[in-house]
Design a protein around this ligand. Structure first.
Ligand code: NAP
Length: 259
């Protein structure tokens, strides 16, 4: 399918690995030029070089912490006007509801709620002026079904979801869509690290923990970054212009709900 976005420019945050990289690669495959970001420069440059060589698009790589004001300023300065924004950052650590301090909450809110909001505030005006834009926020299945040990993530991402629900409906008349992608368990470093947490808590090894977590998914496997990226590219496509303010769960059926 021709997604109709060849030659457009996208900013994909936190994209040297995992789901962000999956989104960047799928957009590059559709002919979109990229600005990609992550904190570690080495992996970021390697990903940028791979995408340039594989898909023949322009890739600008900016090493910065996207959750800081300074990091965002540097990324936004390098990006300039973009047609497509994919927000992403690392997720907060797991823990127990009673342990988190105000500082822990502020950090989680900064990373997974206020950062995507700041990026939208910076880039939506240009999209609105040009009468075309796409925003996809990588959130989590935890906004639909809470993951008890990820209370910081449940809280911050649900706040973002509320902001998007209203804002998407304010910008849609300008040809700009905002939607959220909700990953269930995907086979990335983040999933491996959470496997490690389960293994430690239950005194089992990591392959056992993974087997146990896979058994909770009707598809009986983890998702892939490639599958995730394909969904992102479709939401960013010309064809998806009537999809507004939605939360698309990619979880192999793990959330047991009719709607
Ligand atoms: P991942 O494989 O660990 O990759 C994270 C990517 O983000 C890396 O490129 C990392 O590079 C970059 N990054 C992290 N923090 C950053 C920051 N502050 N500024 C800039 N770049 C940053 O993680 P993932 O599995 O793709 O997860 C992506 C998001 O989806 C996370 O928020 C995660 O919590 C959420 N999620 C994932 C799953 C899953 O199963 N994978 C499920 C639900 C939700 P550097 O470390 O070099 O910065």
């Amino acid at each position: 399918m021709d997604l109709g976005i060849k030659g457009k420019k996208a900013l994909v945050c936190a994209a040297s690995k995992g789901l962000g990289r999956g989104c960047a690669e799928a957009l590059a495959e559709a002919g979109v030029n990229l600005v990609i970001n992550a904190r570690g420069d080495e992996a970021l440059q390697a990903t940028a070089a791979y995408i340039r060589a594989t898909y023949g698009v322009e890739v600008t790589a900016v090493a910065a912490d996207i959750t800081t004001e300074d990091g965002r300023a540097r990324v936004l300065a390098a990006a300039g006007d973009v047609d497509i924004l994919v927000t992403n950052a690392g997720g907060p650590p797991p823990g127990l509801w009673s342990d988190w301090s105000r500082d822990d909450f502020i950090k989680a809110l900064d990373g997974n709620m206020l950062t995507p909001i700041a990026l939208m505030q910076a880039l939506l005006p240009g999209m609105i002026a040009r009468k075309w834009g796409r925003v996809v926020n990588i959130t989590s299945g935890s906004v639909k079904a809470p993951i008890p040990q990820l209370g910081l993530s449940n809280a911050a991402r649900t706040g973002l979801t509320g902001f998007v629900a209203g804002t998407a409906r304010q910008v849609a008349e300008h040809g700009v869509t905002i939607n959220n992608l909700l990953p269930g368990i995907h086979d990335t470093d983040r999933a491996t690290s959470l496997d490690g947490g389960v293994a430690k808590a239950q005194g089992i090894d990591i392959p056992q923990a993974r087997k146990q977590r896979q058994a909770t998914i009707p598809a009986r496997r983890y998702g892939t970054a490639e599958e995730f990226g394909a969904a992102c590219a479709f939401l960013c496509s010309e064809k998806a212009g009537f999809i507004v303010g939605q939360n698309l769960l990619l979880d192999g059926g793990a959330v047991n709900a009719t709607i």
